[in-house]
Ligand binder design. Structure first.
Ligand SMILES: *[C@@H]1O[C@H](CO)[C@@H](O)[C@H](O)[C@H]1NC(C)=O
Length: 534
C-alpha cells in the first residue's frame, strides 16, 4: 500500500468521528470507461430525495489531482468524468480502487464511496530491450540452459504475462517457469549442438503472451552468436601434389603453392605449413616452405644425376589452442636438362704425318665429354667433310683420328679436319673442333726436266766462259727433297770429252763454254742430266 492510501484512511477516520451517520458506498468501474459512464446512483443508494440535492449542494470530493467522477444533480447518478487508467493509479498493486466522498450540506454529511477499478487487458507484455544477444559456443552440449530476459505487463492478474513462446528453430526449445519472484520466466534449452560452420548467427523471436482475452503479446529478437570451437581439421586441396621441375631451375623459384583451408575461424583457422622430417631425409635442405603462404621454393641445386625425384611430406596445422593438423604428400620429379654441349678435347696430336703414312696411322687422340645425364649425355662423334681421315672409337668417348686415304703432300700439305660431337638430348646440342693436320714430305718425286731434249744453238767463235744456256729441272718435293744439283754425264761424242767442251754450274744449271766452237769441227753434241741431292 502507498502512503497516499494511509493518508486517505486517516482523513476518513476523522470524518467518521464528526458525523456518525456517514455511510460507505461501493461501486466498481472498468478502467478506461468512457466519460459519462454511470457507476451507480448515489441518491438511491443513500436513500436521499432527488428534490433536495441542489439545496443540500451534493458534491464529490477527493484527494486526487484528477476529478475522476462527478454526480448528476438531477438524477443522482455517479458518472465517470475523466479517464481512469488503472496502471497509472495503482502501478504495481493488484487491488485497485478510488476513494471519493459525497459531501452534503445543511446538515453536513460525508459519505465515503469506494470505486474499485477493474483491470482491462489494455497493455501488452513488453521487453525492456528490443533485442538480446547471446554468445554460445558450438562446443556446448545439448541440455545447456540460457536465461532469457523477462517481459513486463502493466496489467494485472490474468492480464499479465502468462507464458512465452519461441520461434521455430532446430536448436533450441523453451523452458517456461512460473511462480518465481518475477512471475513467469523462460530459459533457452539447447536441444542440438550448434555448428558455427553451418550457421554463425541464429535469429530467434521470443514472444511473451498475457492471459487476457483476447491475449496481447510482445516480442524480443534473440541473436545467438555461435562462437567458434576448433572442431575442424585443416584440409589440403589435394592429398597428393605432383610437380615436375627442371634441374636448372633458379634458386628462389616458387615451384608450388600448397593450399589448405580450415572451416573454423580466427586462430582456429589460421594455417601454418611445415615439412615433416621422416627418417634422415630433411626436405628443407633442398626446398624452402613459407609457413604462412604455403609456397615452396628451390633452395639447393637440383641435380637429376644425384636425385631424380623427391617425396616430401607436408603438414598444415591450425593455430587453435588445441591445434589440429592435416598432412599431404608432395612428389617432386626432377627433369634432366640438356644444358651442356659435348666438349671435344684433343689429348695428343701426332703431326705432321708423313705423306706416305699407311691407312690407320693414328694422327690424334680425341676425348668427348658431356656433363648431362641420360640421353642428354650420350654423344656421337664424327669427321665431317671429305678429308682422308676418320674417327675410330677406342673406348666409350675416346677416339683416334686415323688416316683413311692416301695423302699427297704435293697435292695437300695441310688439312683442317672438322670433328663434330652431338649428344642425343632433345633438342640435341653439338660442338665442333677443327684439328689441323700437317702432311710432311717424303722424297717421292724424281726431278724432272721441263723438256726431254734441250737444243742449244751456239755461235761459233763465241767467247770462252760465256753462258750458253741454263738447264732447269723441277722437283715437287720439299726442301732437300727438292734441292737439285746439276752435272754433266761424262760421254765422248766424237771422241771429245764433254767436260772439255762445256761445264755446268751444279747449282744454277748454267752451261758455260770452255772453248770456242768450230762449226766445222763440232756441229752437235749432247749429254748431261741433273741429279737431285736428297
Ligand atoms: C590448390 O590450391 C592452389 C593454390 O591456391 C591452386 O593453385 C590450385 O589450383 C588448387 N588445386 C585444386 C585442385 O583446387
Amino acid at each position: 500500500m502507498g502512503n497516499e492510501e494511509y493518508a486517505w484512511i486517516h482523513i476518513v477516520a476523522l470524518l467518521c468521528f464528526c458525523d456518525s451517520s456517514a455511510s460507505q458506498l461501493s461501486y466498481s468501474v472498468s478502467e478506461e470507461a468512457n466519460k459519462g459512464t454511470v457507476v451507480g446512483n448515489i441518491v438511491k443508494d443513500l436513500h436521499l430525495d432527488v428534490q433536495y440535492l441542489e439545496t443540500r449542494a451534493l458534491r464529490i470530493v477527493s484527494s486526487y489531482s484528477k476529478k475522476y467522477f462527478d454526480v448528476n444533480l438531477r438524477t443522482g447518478n455517479l458518472f465517470v468524468d475523466e479517464r481512469i487508467d488503472r496502471e497509472e493509479i495503482c502501478a504495481n498493486t493488484p487491488q485497485c480502487s478510488l476513494r471519493i466522498q459525497a459531501v452534503l450540506s445543511n446538515p453536513m454529511n460525508v459519505h465515503r464511496i469506494e470505486v474499485s477499478v477493474i483491470d482491462l487487458n489494455d497493455n501488452s507484455p513488453e521487453f525492456i530491450e528490443q533485442s538480446h544477444s547471446l554468445n554460445i559456443s558450438e562446443s556446448m552440449s545439448p541440455g545447456e540452459r540460457f536465461l532469457l530476459p523477462i517481459a513486463v505487463d502493466a496489467d494485472i492478474g490474468s492480464n499479465s504475462v502468462k507464458t512465452y513462446k519461441l520461434s521455430h528453430n532446430e536448436y533450441f526449445s523453451l523452458d517456461v517457469q512460473s511462480g518465481g519472484e518475477h512471475g513467469v520466466s523462460a530459459e533457452l534449452l539447447l536441444q542440438k549442438a550448434l555448428d558455427r560452420e553451418k550457421q554463425q548467427v541464429l535469429k530467434l523471436i521470443l514472444t511473451a503472451v498475457d492471459g487476457g482475452n483476447p491475449a496481447r503479446s510482445g516480442t524480443l529478437q534473440i541473436h545467438v552468436n555461435v562462437t567458434d570451437a576448433n572442431d575442424n581439421t585443416p584440409v589440403f586441396n589435394k592429398s597428393l601434389y605432383k610437380i615436375r621441375v627442371r634441374e636448372n631451375i633458379a634458386h628462389g623459384t616458387v615451384i608450388i603453392k600448397l593450399n589448405a583451408t580450415d572451416l573454423d575461424e580466427g586462430m582456429n583457422s589460421k594455417i601454418m605449413y611445415s615439412f615433416i622430417k621422416r627418417g634422415n631425409t630433411d626436405p628443407s635442405n633442398m626446398f624452402d616452405l613459407n609457413s604462412g603462404t604455403g609456397e615452396i621454393t628451390v633452395k639447393g641445386t637440383l641435380d637429376y644425376e644425384e636425385t631424380s625425384a623427391y617425396e616430401v611430406r607436408v603438414q598444415a596445422t591450425d593455430q587453435g589452442i588445441y591445434p589440429r593438423s592435416a598432412h599431404a604428400k608432395l612428389l617432386i620429379e626432377i627433369i634432366d636438362v640438356n644444358d651442356n654441349a659435348p666438349e671435344i678435347s684433343v689429348t695428343s696430336l701426332m703431326t705432321p704425318v708423313k705423306e706416305d703414312a699407311e691407312l690407320g696411322t693414328i694422327v690424334a687422340l680425341v676425348t668427348v665429354s658431356d656433363t648431362d645425364g641420360g640421353n642428354n649425355g650420350v654423344t656421337n662423334c664424327k669427321v665431317v667433310g671429305s678429308a682422308p681421315f676418320k674417327l675410330k672409337s677406342n673406348y666409350k668417348n675416346e677416339y683416334s683420328l686415323v688416316v683413311n686415304g692416301p695423302l699427297d703432300r704435293e697435292n695437300t700439305s695441310l688439312y683442317n679436319v672438322t670433328i663434330t660431337a652431338t649428344d642425343e638430348g632433345s633438342p640435341p646440342l653439338s660442338s665442333i673442333r677443327v684439328i689441323t693436320v700437317e702432311v710432311s714430305d717424303v722424297n717421292d718425286n724424281a726431278p724432272r726436266f721441263m723438256e726431254p731434249v734441250i737444243n742449244v744453238y751456239v755461235k761459233e767463235n763465241s767467247a770462252i766462259g760465256s753462258v750458253i744456256s741454263t738447264i732447269n729441272a723441277f722437283d715437287p718435293d720439299l726442301d732437300n727433297n727438292a734441292k737439285l744439283t746439276y752435272r754433266l754425264l761424262e760421254n765422248y761424242p766424237k771422241n771429245i770429252p764433254v767436260s772439255s767442251v762445256v761445264n755446268i754450274n751444279s747449282e744454277t744449271g748454267d752451261i758455260v763454254s770452255l772453248q770456242s766452237f768450230n762449226y766445222e769441227e763440232l756441229k752437235t753434241f749432247h749429254g748431261g742430266t741433273p741429279e737431285s741431292v736428297a
